[in-house]
Design a protein around this ligand. Structure first.
Ligand code: ZN
Length: 209
């Protein structure tokens, strides 16, 4: 895997998740980004997350990797070569404070290890993606399940939005939004990202102050 360049994330892209946080369902895509320092591959290790800044919520998401620079007319199927599952970790209490002040979300979303991902695999195409559910297991129990067919904004819409407002080129990745079921993690929790019935990546949460 060559180095990842930009990390873009879609907020509020599943209706039930927007509602569980008390947010209006958006009428246009809502994107933010994370520093590349946030990236870490889950390989069964302990991954350190902040333990002294309020609740740390898991958000399991499909992650796609852009293979080539955007040109008008190219679709998600043309541009994406690989996919992974990931977790967009969020300092939820901090995010609530930032939202109330109208401040950017970087402090809540951009800390080191906040963008966990599995190893990347070949992208099967948008149509095939919709045939398989993804899940997050916490200590063996399902806490989130989703399917990309339920998104509010599909991959082509997200890609066009990113191109228009931020640019999009080879090496960028997109975290495509989380389904309902987000909740706080605790020190020692074991998290598994599952595609269909197959565990693609797992790790243990290490909360440190
Ligand atoms: Zn997210």
């Amino acid at each position: 895997m060559q180095d990842i360049r930009n990390v873009f994330c879609v907020g509020r892209n599943y209706r039930l998740h927007a509602q569980e946080l008390g947010n209006a369902v958006p009428t246009s895509p809502f994107l933010f980004s994370k520093p590349t320092h946030s990236l870490v591959e889950a390989k069964g290790q302990a991954i350190k997350l902040p333990g002294n800044r309020g609740e740390v919520h898991h958000e399991v998401e499909i992650v796609v990797h852009i293979a080539k620079d955007y040109q008008p007319g190219l679709t998600a199927d043309d541009l994406i070569d690989k996919m992974a599952l990931g977790i967009d970790f969020t300092l939820r209490d901090i995010q609530s404070e930032l939202k109330a002040k109208g401040y950017p979300w970087l402090l809540a979303k951009g800390f080191p290890n906040s963008a966990v991902h599995t190893a990347f695999r070949p992208f099967p195409g948008v149509a095939a993606l919709q045939q398989t559910d993804f899940q997050l297991l916490k200590n063996g129990e399902q806490v989130q399940i989703g399917n990309i067919r339920d998104v509010i904004f599909d991959l082509d819409t997200i890609i066009r939005f990113s191109v228009e407002h931020f640019g999009l080129s080879a090496g960028d990745v997109l975290y495509t939004g989380t389904p309902a079921g987000v909740s706080a993690v605790a020190d020692g929790d074991h998290l598994s990202m599952v595609w269909g019935d197959e565990v693609w990546g797992e790790f243990t949460v290490s909360l440190s102050s």
